[in-house]
Design a protein around this ligand. Structure first.
Ligand code: ASP
Length: 410
């Protein structure tokens, strides 16, 4: 939906949500159901959207060599931008040293984090497949759905006419789902308003938020500053130099997706709107957006990886543990992997952070200190995650056109 009207309404929704949640926190709990309804409506579309997008996306790419090259470009983009994001986080946390003056208070670690001790690279690899697809759908485990749909779509392209018919069916499903997304966008400004207002209300309103922020404010600012550096400098530069698109216009056209990401704290739930904005507003080709965006919402998490690196270094600084070059390299690698492993749902990054902490031998207790403010930082990093995916769609679209189509075997 291109109209500037929606753009202004989305921004008004967010600002009004912050204002009402800040000053009338308690009262705003009453509008929580509206936010939940918006979130659930988005989630309702995610499974059919992912399956149909990946099937249409992969079949649109053509023969298997093209798929390989496009997949390769996508992978390089995901890995390099996530690596740069973590690098920025590490530089900022080393310069600002947010943990130096903070006293660590042992707080309770939530169960989903403390029970996650065994997570490692093999767990991430294992999560690519599922013994039961229906279970995966019911629990929004997106990665196996993506893997299955990719393979399924690729196999359909080899089946001749019957395969084409099946792809045509999923194409229609995809178009129909996107029409529903189109309708849902009219409700989006109210949805984001209600989500933000009620969440801020549940956190105790503006006053309590400020108290919590003051405890570890320097840490929060380090995360936000690093996210901004990556989002305002690095990604727009990549977008401009690779695609020659105007980053400001590209960003403006994504307002609905970015505000939804901020209010839902979920890349997966935002996916329908991200696709809508990329295709309708930014004219990213359908095959690129359908291939890159569902993948990106699940595995490409610039913001999450950056945040995990800063958080782990913050914990080390708080505990007075020296982190040398080698340890920080381990953080760089494991935070990048943890970003890939984190699901596109709220606070998933907090759980995969266990892997980074363990890799450098830090205790999990430090996570307790981050909890009070995590709901807010989660929103900030999710917004960057979605921005990174969207820039990726344009980059892959351009490179695919240049390198794969014109260059042939280049
Ligand atoms: N909430 C994030 C997302 O959905 C993941 C995380 O960092 O917790 O992108």
């Amino acid at each position: 939906m291109k109209s500037n009207g929606l753009l202004y309404l989305m921004i008004t929704g967010i600002l009004l949500g912050i204002f009402c949640g800040w000053f009338f926190g308690e009262t705003m709990l009453a509008v929580g159901w509206l936010g939940d309804m918006f979130l659930d409506s988005l989630k309702m579309l995610v499974v059919p959207l992912i399956i149909s997008s990946m099937i249409v996306g992969i079949s649109g790419l053509g023969d298997i060599r093209k798929v390989g090259k496009t997949g390769f470009i996508t992978l390089i983009y995901f890995m390099s931008t996530t690596g740069i994001a973590v690098g920025i986080g590490l530089v900022m946390v080393n310069i600002l040293k947010p943990g130096m003056s903070v006293e660590m208070i042992a707080e309770k670690i939530p169960k989903n984090v403390s029970e996650k001790e065994a997570i490692g690279i093999t767990d991430i690899l294992q999560s690519f497949v599922s013994p039961n697809l229906i279970h995966s759908m019911a629990h929004m485990e997106i990665l196996p759905l993506i893997v299955f749909s990719l393979v399924f779509g690729a196999v359909l392209t080899t089946l001749g006419e019957p395969g084409k018919q099946a792809i045509g069916f999923f194409d229609t499903v995809n178009t129909a789902i996107m029409k529903i997304v189109h309708l849902l966008m009219y409700f989006a400004p109210i949805g984001v308003f209600a989500l933000i207002a009620s969440k801020l209300g549940a956190a105790g309103g503006g006053d309590l938020f400020l108290v919590e922020l003051a405890k570890i404010g320097k840490y929060a600012w380090t995360v936000i500053l690093a996210l901004l550096l990556h989002g305002i400098l690095v990604l727009p530069a990549i977008l401009y130099f690779v695609t020659r698109r105007n980053p400001l216009i590209y960003l403006k056209n994504l307002t609905a997706a970015l505000t939804t990401a901020f209010s839902t704290a979920s890349s997966s739930a935002t996916l329908p709107i991200t696709i809508e904005c990329a295709e309708e507003n930014n004219q990213v080709s359908r095959k690129a957006s359908l291939f890159v965006l569902p993948l990106g919402a699940t595995v490409n998490m610039n913001g999450t990886a950056l945040y995990e690196a800063v958080a782990v270094m913050f914990i080390a600084q708080m505990m007075g543990i020296e982190m040398g070059f080698a340890e920080q390299m381990i953080v760089l690698i494991t935070a990048t992997l943890a970003g890939i492993g984190a699901a596109g749902i709220p606070e998933a990054g907090l759980v995969t952070m266990v892997m980074v902490l363990q890799a450098v031998g830090l205790p999990l207790e430090g996570i307790g200190m981050l909890l009070s403010i995590d709901w807010f930082l989660d929103r900030c990093r999710t917004t960057l995650n979605v921005w990174g995916d969207s820039v990726g769609a344009a980059v892959v679209d351009t490179l695919e056109e240049k390198w794969v189509e014109k260059g042939g075997d280049a």
